[in-house]
Design a protein around this ligand. Sequence first.
Ligand code: SAH
Length: 212
Amino acid sequence: MTAARERMVRGQIEARGLTDPELLRALRAVPRHVFVDASNPYGDEALPLGAGQTISQPYIVALMTHVARPESGWPGARVLEIGTGSGYQAAILAELGAQVTSVERHAQLSEHAARRLADAGYDGVQLIVADGTRGWPAGAPYDAVIVTAAGPSVPPKLLEQLSPEGGTLVMPVGDRGHQALTVVRRRGDEFVRRVGEPVVFVPLIGEAGFGE
Ligand code: SAH
């Protein structure tokens, strides 16, 4: 599995231009096979994780992590993830040294993720079962917010909970079929938005997401 992981990092991540040593170290450290039951957990593809949901392709996890990086770095950063899924993205953030809160609407997925995170040695991740389109005000302000499901627009409560000192949100925004990775950086009351790569994610379902 270590050899497969090394091939993933070189062939899928570094080869596509993500070369931040800290990020590559985290991708080398987190055992992705603990988080997905698939014959090729290190393949260049999204994989099913149960309850009709999918874990993103490794490159997309790496890209979202890269663009959400706080100016002051990951260690000690407060990070909110919406869509715990398997727990893999949360593990990457924890490996980088962030203080992670991750919200999932499916209780069963959250329970599985809790077990997998513990098995992989990431005990410090706070898992919450709730509608993540409302964010998690108790842990705000966040230096980074990573939404791993696609919504029609950025939920206003997630913007409110971003740190005014450069807090960064990344989220796929679009319709149910295709989206663009959208990045919002907050400085005081100013929100600067950048629209990037085309992506396909499962829908964000909730008050400020898509309907059931
Ligand atoms: N980040 C995950 C993959 C997430 S897939 C990983 O690393 O494995 C998207 C997840 O978002 C699914 O588990 C889905 O149940 C969840 N989701 C969808 N709408 C949500 C909402 N409103 N709040 C919280 N989680 C939501």
